[in-house]
Design a protein around this ligand. Structure first.
Ligand code: NAP
Length: 282
């Protein structure tokens, strides 16, 4: 039987550290601030933005929210980013994905000053992560590294398999595991013998976005299983990629959904905002 990795507890510890840091920065006259921009009416995005605002209040970070209408043009959005880049109250800028189809997401990311790019999606920060000399790490993969670290198990020398190669989760996840001296395999939709590869994983991270994708037979005995997926099952209930019921008896540690990776993402965003404030006031 696996031990459950409690994302709520680990994220609470991260946020506690962040609030202590925020308090000591404020004593020095530095107040970290986060601006969150949402364009359109996506209901899931609205929930994420609300949760980010709540987390800022919890840790003492100043926050501003910009809820823009669906028909906002790319030029208008980039103009707003320009103002926030120049605003001293704002240490970090986050543009909630997805953006409406008429807006080029990469152009928007590139408009954010790299020192205010708390999502770490700007090509400058992506490059810094690649060479292992970074200020920020993307929130979800960084949160996963914290969860793995909370198990007390070492990553060094382990076989790690990441399923998914997106720019926001899979690729940076693989890079962070590599920096931690793991031997890393990345699987994706064209991978042959995916189940066989997963079976070799001491640490298996799934970031696919399909309920029940990882079945028990794909899990090596005593593996650490991290489920990044956020899906809805046939009853509309939130679930991950991993069949928890099948994987849990085989794994040594496993994250639940909800209550695993999800809470970590916001906690790491708070941490990145504080890092941004420190860099800008160094
Ligand atoms: P994404 O951009 O859609 O990427 C999904 C990846 O899964 C792609 O690389 C895709 O391969 C791969 N994939 C899809 N079907 C596959 C298959 N049958 N076999 C093997 N690989 C397959 O998604 P994402 O943004 O990385 O997010 C992944 C999941 O994590 C989603 O459920 C998302 O909601 C969740 N998520 C959670 C958090 C959190 O805070 N907990 C944060 C971010 C994302 P190809 O590249 O070949 O198409």
């Amino acid at each position: 039987m696996a031990r459950i990795i409690d994302g709520k507890a680990v994220s609470a510890a991260v946020k506690q550290n962040v609030s202590e840091e925020v308090a000591s920065l404020k004593e020095r006259g530095i107040a970290p601030g986060l601006a969150v921009i949402i364009v359109g009416e996506d209901s899931a995005s609205k929930i994420y933005v609300r949760n980010k605002k709540r987390a800022c209040e919890e840790v003492g970070i100043y926050s501003e929210e910009y809820a823009l209408p669906e028909e906002t043009t790319q030029t208008e959005l980039i103009e707003l980013i320009g103002k926030l880049n120049a605003d001293e109250k704002i240490s970090g800028i986050l543009v909630q994905a997805p953006l409406p189809k008429h807006i080029d997401e990469m152009a928007v990311i590139e408009a954010i000053l790299p020192v205010k790019d708390v999502d770490a999606f700007h090509p400058y920060n992506v490059g810094k992560i690649m060479i292992g000399d970074f200020d920020f790490l993307p929130c979800t993969p960084a949160g996963v590294m914290e969860l793995i670290s909370s198990t007390g198990e070492r990553v060094d020398g382990k076989n790690c398999v990441v399923i998914g190669r997106s720019n926001i989760v899979g690729k940076p996840m693989a890079m962070l595991l590599l920096h931690a001296n793991a031997t890393v395999t990345i699987c994706h939709s064209r991978t042959k013998n995916l189940a066989e590869i997963c079976k070799t994983a001491d640490i298996l991270v799934s970031a696919v976005g399909r309920a029940g994708f990882v079945t028990g037979d794909m899990v090596k005995p005593d593996a650490i299983v991290i489920d990044v997926g956020m899906n809805r099952d046939e009853k509309g209930k939130l679930c991950g990629d991993v069949s928890f019921i099948e994987a849990e008896p085989k794994a040594s540690f496993i994250t639940p959904v909800p209550g695993g990776v999800g809470p970590m993402t916001i906690a790491m965003l708070m941490k990145n905002t504080v890092t941004a404030a420190k860099i800008q006031n160094a």
